[in-house]
Design a protein around this ligand. Structure first.
Ligand code: TXA
Ligand code: MG
Length: 451
């Protein structure tokens, strides 16, 4: 009997889905579908109990209805009221908007829904019980992150390069927490993450054609553009420089997050200043788990090395300030020859790139700089491209890519460094990687790690 009933309900839902009223269609198409109100997603014509909800958000137990009571028929009206009472007893909330409201002022309807979510989500979705905890469903994870970021908190977010330590880029208090948690000096500016290329013009006052070409070709992706900034970006974010670093990260969780937020996210790599960047949620939890409210776990980072930074100054040709996950060759194929100024890393333009950076606690040395006969082999590790080094215990070695893929090697580099750093060794040996493609960025990181 119940089964039969459910089947009928499903069929009804299907027909409703196909023949929504004008107001329902408008509410769905302009507000709820794909929009993720503040990070929460809605389903349409969802059977609940013995009722078909017009729009339903599972995480919030929120039903949104888009018509007057049952089109004026009294008998049905009374039934509706009874049904709603029962749903409310079961813990659901029903927000009802008249067709008129929806048709005349959809923005106001959107605001009412957002206000309700803002006032109620904290009661409905508890924060994770222990810091750095992760939860099962994606939308739940995102809505938690949204909630904390709206409150000015710091959240670790996944990107395709490395995990970032994110906060509202337009709120100086929130941004200052990032510096405090990382123990990062204020002279080292933060990259501002945006949800799409179309947002560049909101924050940059100059966006030349070549920069547009790069952005349109490689975003979302491991590329940061440094452009003259608009006032809106606080000086704290750029360390007082008149430029802002902008990037659209290529990770579905963070893209959804950015799209759900009304502001961009300032985010440096989520490691204590000077240490190796994190490429998994666990890396972040290990070092900063007790200092941040939430880690949005998006698995391990596909690229594994930070973004390539390209600077555009008025009246100057573009300059690469940091080698990274997008190769110089790919950039030059897109916009022609570009000069490199990675030496200025320790100077004002890109102060973060101090010579000693990305460092493990265990000293790192280039293998051909040493006489291997003078070292204690049992306490020596190695990070190598595709083949182990003779006479070093194999369990102390990390082969980054058996197939000699530089992309795979980049992906594995930072975890290998962290891994060996935890092995209580005296020394970690490294070798030079091929000086091409991502090999340049790998060599750069290893050189800085050696100091
Ligand atoms: O892949 C990445 O870029 C990662 C992820 C999280 O997006 N972020 C990252 O951030 O590596 P961070 O803070 O570790 O490195 C940012 C560097 C700064 O140290 C500085 O060299 C450069 O970006 N930078 C940022 N804003 C700048 C600005 N306005 N002018 C010059 N350089 C800037
Ligand atoms: Mg960093």
């Amino acid at each position: 009997m119940f089964h039969h009933y459910n089947k009928k309900l499903k069929k009804n839902a299907q027909s409703h889905r196909n023949n929504g009223t004008k107001a329902e269609v408008r509410l769905w198409c302009e507000l709820l579908r794909n929009k993720q109100m503040l990070g929460f997603s809605f389903l349409r014509q969802r059977p609940i109990d013995n009722y078909i909800a017009d729009f339903f958000c599972k995480d919030l137990k929120l039903i949104i209805v888009a018509d007057g009571y049952s089109h004026g028929i009294e008998e049905i009206f009374i039934k509706d009221i009874e049904r709603e009472k029962r749903l409310i007893e079961l813990g659901y909330t029903i927000l009802r908007f008249s067709d008129k409201e929806v048709m005349n002022d959809i923005n106001n309807v959107g605001m009412s829904i957002e206000n309700w979510i803002n006032e109620n989500r904290e009661k409905i979705i508890p924060l994770p019980p222990s810091k750095g905890d992760t939860v099962s469903t994606e939308s739940l994870q995102i809505s938690k992150a949204v909630q904390l970021l709206l409150d000015g908190k710091v959240v670790a977010i996944p990107t395709e390069t490395v995990y970032g330590l994110a906060a509202n880029a337009l709120n100086e208090d929130a941004v200052s927490s990032i510096f405090a948690i990382k123990k990062r000096p204020y002279f080292d500016p933060l990259i501002v993450h945006i949800g799409g290329e179309n947002e560049v013009v909101k924050y940059a006052s100059y966006y030349p054609e070549l920069a547009q070409k790069l952005a349109k070709t490689f975003w979302p992706g491991p590329l940061t553009l440094i452009l003259p900034k608009k006032e809106l970006i606080p000086d704290m974010v750029t360390s007082g420089l008149p430029f802002v670093g902008l990037r659209v990260p290529n990770h579905s969780l963070s893209l959804q997050l950015l799209k759900a937020l009304p502001f961009p996210l300032a985010a440096p790599s989520a490691n204590p200043f000077g240490y190796v960047s994190p490429t998994s949620a666990k890396h972040v939890a290990d070092q900063l788990g007790d200092k941040i409210d939430y880690i949005l776990d998006g698995g391990s980072c596909e690229v594994g090395i930070e973004s390539t930074i390209v600077m555009f100054e008025k009246n100057n040709a573009p300059v690469i300030l940091r080698l990274g996950g997008l190769s110089v060759e790919a950039i030059e194929e897109c916009i022609g020859k570009v000069s490199l100024n990675i030496a200025s890393y320790s100077k004002p333009n890109s102060p973060g790139q101090l010579d000693k950076h990305y460092a493990t606690r265990t000293p790192l040395k280039l293998v051909n700089e040493l006489d291997l006969n003078t070292i204690n082999r049992a306490l020596t590790g190695a990070i190598v491209f595709n083949k182990p080094i003779d006479n070093i215990p194999i369990e102390n070695q990390r082969i980054l890519s058996k197939n000699k893929s530089l992309a795979e090697a980049s992906k594995n580099l930072f975890s290998a460094m962290r891994d060996l750093d935890a092995c209580h060794l005296d020394l970690i040996l490294t070798e030079m990687f091929p000086q091409e493609g991502l090999g340049l960025a790998i060599n750069d990181r290893l050189r800085r790690a050696r100091g």
